[in-house]
Design a protein around this ligand. Structure first.
Ligand SMILES: [Zn+2]
Length: 376
């Protein structure tokens, strides 16, 4: 192959990748998937939590497209047999307008060649305050009350992509604005948003700096408020509970269902009931639902919503606060069903709270069903 030829095809791939990324950025995409197939590479992007087709690329270009992404992210182009992770900035993309944003690239070898996912970390349109999340005002008030305490545990739960870290960031911002004198530190994997006034530390889950180890050393450094990205195992759960019983305010997330289920999971991880009732302040299960596109009123006929009828997302949730009834039920080792009844007497469950958004015309019953499953 002549030098001239190979240069022009290289340029072609550079333009192609720039164009795909620009289209995803303009379309408010959060992730772009490059998936090698039999004859072609499928490119899809995620808008408001759902994947949509972006383009299809001839199979013979697939390798070069992945190689271009690897060059941008500073990865080893000649290693196609191992997963790699890297990052770059949108300033490196030709024709990228607007606010610069960070892009994270993760590659993975498959039987059809390497697959890559590019995560777009938008800063514009990010939610900053608790009242912007879409949660009912009574939940916001409970979060604020818990955040003003000198110690205790604030938990936000839900599946991946349910906006848990956005809620934690909003609570952190509230704490920093209410009392700038408090020292607030976060341990995250990965750091998703930069928050002014908060020391943010990136965790390496399989490396030296894992959650329990990082927490133990930080707690010796006079930290008052600690954001722990996720409680993934019993060891982290134990350190989190101990810390929130010894003068620290801890907020974290768990990958679990409703508040009652979360309480039972913590007990199953070996947290003693008497410790849990003293440590836990509030636990909120939350979900994100897409909101009806204001431009076409949900008909799905316009460009701003890419024909989906939805634009943007909002949160619904159920919060449980530790009160005397719940405390006694946990100490009495009551089963999950009984805990759930107690929590449901405190506040509406997820479905009922989701219907609040349907009634307000912010989302649809179909969307609520997609997120929560069976909804009457
Ligand atoms: Zn629309």
């Amino acid at each position: 192959m002549g030098t001239k030829n190979s240069n022009s095809s290289e340029n072609g791939v550079v333009h192609l990748v720039d164009d795909l990324l620009n289209r995803a950025i303009r379309g408010r995409g959060s992730d772009v998937h490059f998936e090698p197939g039999e004859r072609e590479m499928r490119v899809r992007y995620r808008i408001d939590g759902l994947l949509h087709d972006l383009d299809r690329i001839p199979g013979q270009l697939a390798e070069n497209v992945i190689a271009r992404l690897k060059v941008l992210a500073g990865l080893l182009t000649y290693r196609i047999d191992i997963p790699q992770e890297g990052a770059f900035n949108s300033r490196q993309i030709e024709g990228a307008n607007g606010e610069p944003l960070d892009l994270r690239v993760a590659t993975f070898p498959t039987v059809r060649g390497e697959r890559a996912v590019v995560r777009l970390l938008h800063t514009v349109g990010q939610i900053s305050g608790l009242e912007e999340l879409g949660l009912d005002q009574s939940l916001v008030t409970e979060f604020e009350r818990a955040a003003r305490q000198p110690q205790g545990l604030i938990l936000v739960t839900g599946p991946a992509g349910s906006g848990k870290s956005t809620t934690l960031y909003a609570i952190a911002r509230y704490i920093l604005s209410e009392d700038p004198g408090r020292s607030v530190v976060s341990l995250e994997d990965p750091v998703e948003q930069r928050i002014a006034g908060m020391t943010q530390i990136q965790i390496a889950p399989h490396g030296e700096l894992n959650y329990p180890r990082a927490m133990r050393s930080l707690l010796r450094q006079d930290v008052q408020v600690l954001l722990v990205g996720e409680i993934r195992d019993a060891e982290t759960a134990h350190v989190v509970v101990e810390a929130s019983l010894t003068g620290h305010l801890i907020m974290s997330t768990m990958h679990s269902g409703d508040p009652a289920e979360t309480i039972v999971r913590l007990l199953e991880m070996g947290i003693a009931p008497y410790q849990l009732v003293s440590a836990l302040n509030v636990v909120c299960a939350q979900r994100l639902v897409r909101t009806v596109c204001p431009a076409c009123k949900g008909r799905g006929e316009c460009e701003p919503c890419a024909g989906t009828g939805y634009a943007g997302r909002t949160a619904c949730g159920q919060l449980a606060a530790m009160d005397e009834t719940l405390r006694q039920a946990i100490l009495d080792h009551r089963p999950v069903g009984e805990l759930r009844k107690i929590v449901n007497r405190q506040r509406p469950d997820l479905t009922t709270d989701g219907k609040r958004l349907v009634d307000a015309g912010r989302t649809t019953l179909d969307e609520l069903r997609r997120v929560l499953g069976d909804v009457e």
